[in-house]
Ligand binder design. Structure first.
Ligand code: ACO
Length: 433
């Protein structure tokens, strides 16, 4: 554990000759924060931080990231230990309840999730309204939001038990919804969940079984899927999680909040990056074309997808686990000499030795290898972000729950630096021009 150096109790800001003192708050790890909550009231100024690069928006005990050192902890446990020794449902329990479960707690939790995997029969009719060529993320945004119309008995956000039931429902039903989004786009009938299968196995079967032929779940793929879910389970106050918190801060129900998170995750700078990264590797095609491609990145024609991260200025710890998982999957079902993997390896080597990327601290992120892995597992690129949303649901809902339990919780309402016209009088239309 980190030994924090002595830090000041307060910070001061001198403005127009007046000195304003602000408390400095200390977390258990990571940088201290200057508490500016009273600054506007006292000094009549706002702070300016577009993109929130220096702003802590909340207090949280779920996930800790040290981007410079490449550290990611959930409730204190390093991500590589969780990925290697735990499973996704244990991690869900850890995030939701704060501790790894005992054997009895695990059995009860698993049973609870398993018995909530089915969807209301009426819910299936929702899918029919979409075009078959709709992006599965469009289907996810719509259908997950629609859960609010089906589960009225868990919508009271002020009741802790109802909050927990909603959380369980979301984690349990997300694989069923995601698999249906996939089946719908493939023009195949829906496959129902099976209670005798584990979380990842059940999901794979719902995606790849057909009525004419059952799907024998390959244990290597089930383990890889489970690990991919663990790696994406939570990631502190990222864009989609902040969206969920902001939506929830107004008192919106959890299903609507998670739908908002899914919408945010869809963007190519966030969850859409692995789809973009795989497309990029395909476009490059062969290792010989890498120098030409890297030259284009340096000319700022495009970005190297799957590289760089707002927080990690070191190797993303999840990317290392993802790289190993990628090799295991290709060993089991794909081609370990896959040309895309060769391009990925060579591109990584070139970028990690090039001053342009070194100076900007650009390292591979989790998306760099996840695209190749998911593709080898049989998923089309349009499903990649859906899988991310499925896994991140536990993080979103645990963060939402934590916010709801915070007595200091307020509606989120950022300020702005206004640069528009100053007040002026209305001009009638015949006097304009
Ligand atoms: N390729 C090339 N150059 C890059 C890249 C990249 N992928 N990312 C950042 N840079 C450069 C910028 O051009 C900039 O250079 P400059 O200082 O010379 O102008 C510098 O690095 C800093 O870039 P910012 O945009 O300020 O970095 P920021 O922290 O805001 O961006 C982001 C983070 C959006 C993830 C960015 O690195 C990116 O676009 N990466 C590609 C998309 C991607 O892989 N996203 C997945 C993120 S992980 C996730 O969501 C799970």
């Amino acid at each position: 554990m980190e030994n924090k150096p002595q830090s000041p109790e307060s910070a001061s800001l001198v403005l127009n000759g007046k000195d304003y003192s602000m408390p400095v708050l200390k977390g258990s790890m990571g940088p201290d924060v200057v508490d500016i909550r009273k600054l506007y009231g006292q000094a009549d100024v706002f702070t300016f931080d577009p993109g929130f690069t220096s702003t802590a928006s909340c207090e949280s005990g779920l996930t800790f990231i040290d981007g410079d050192k490449g550290v990611l902890l959930h409730r204190g446990y390093p991500i590589d230990q969780l990925a290697e020794k735990s499973n996704f449902l244990e991690v869900c329990h850890l995030l939701l309840h704060g501790e790894l479960p005992t054997a009895a707690e695990y059995a009860a939790f698993e049973r609870n999730i398993t018995y909530h995997t089915m969807l209301h029969a009426q819910f299936d009719r929702f899918f029919e309204g979409f075009r078959r060529d709709a992006h599965p993320m469009a289907v996810m945004v719509g259908t997950v939001g629609a859960l609010s119309a089906f589960y009225h008995d868990s919508l009271d956000i002020h009741d802790p038990q109802q909050r927990m039931i909603s959380a369980i429902r979301l984690i349990a039903k997300m694989p069923t919804i995601a698999a249906r989004a996939f089946k719908y786009s493939a023009g195949q009938p829906f496959v129902y969940p099976r209670n005798d299968l584990g979380y990842a196995e059940n999901f794979l079967r719902m995606c790849f079984a057909v009525p004419a032929e059952d799907y024998e779940v390959n244990p290597v793929l089930a383990r890889a899927m489970d690990r991919i879910f663990i790696l994406h389970a939570d990631h502190e106050q990222n864009a989609s999680t902040s969206t969920v918190r902001l939506a929830g801060s107004s008192g919106a129900n959890p299903f609507a909040c998670i739908a908002a998170g899914i919408a945010c995750l869809w963007g190519p700078s966030h969850g859409g990056a692995n789809e973009e990264a795989l497309n990029m590797l395909k476009e490059i095609g062969t290792p010989e074309r890498i120098p030409e491609f890297v030259a284009g990145v340096k000319d700022r024609k495009y970005r190297l997808m799957g590289f760089g991260h707002r927080v990690y200025k070191n190797y993303d710890p999840r990317a290392k686990v993802m790289q190993t998982t990628c090799h295991e999957v290709l060993e089991a079902v794909g081609d370990p000499n896959d040309p895309l993997l060769q391009v990925a390896r060579e591109l990584e080597r070139v970028a990690l030795n090039d001053p342009y990327f070194i100076e900007r601290k650009l390292y591979p992120n989790i998306d760099f290898y996840s695209g190749i892995t998911l593709s080898a597992m049989g998923f089309p690129t349009t499903m990649f972000t859906v899988l991310f949303a499925l896994a991140r649901t536990v993080g979103w809902v645990a963060q939402w729950k934590e916010m709801m339990e915070d007595p200091g919780q307020k509606i989120g309402r950022p300020r702005q630096l206004y640069t528009g016209p100053v007040e002026r009088n209305f001009v009638p239309i015949d006097k304009r021009g």
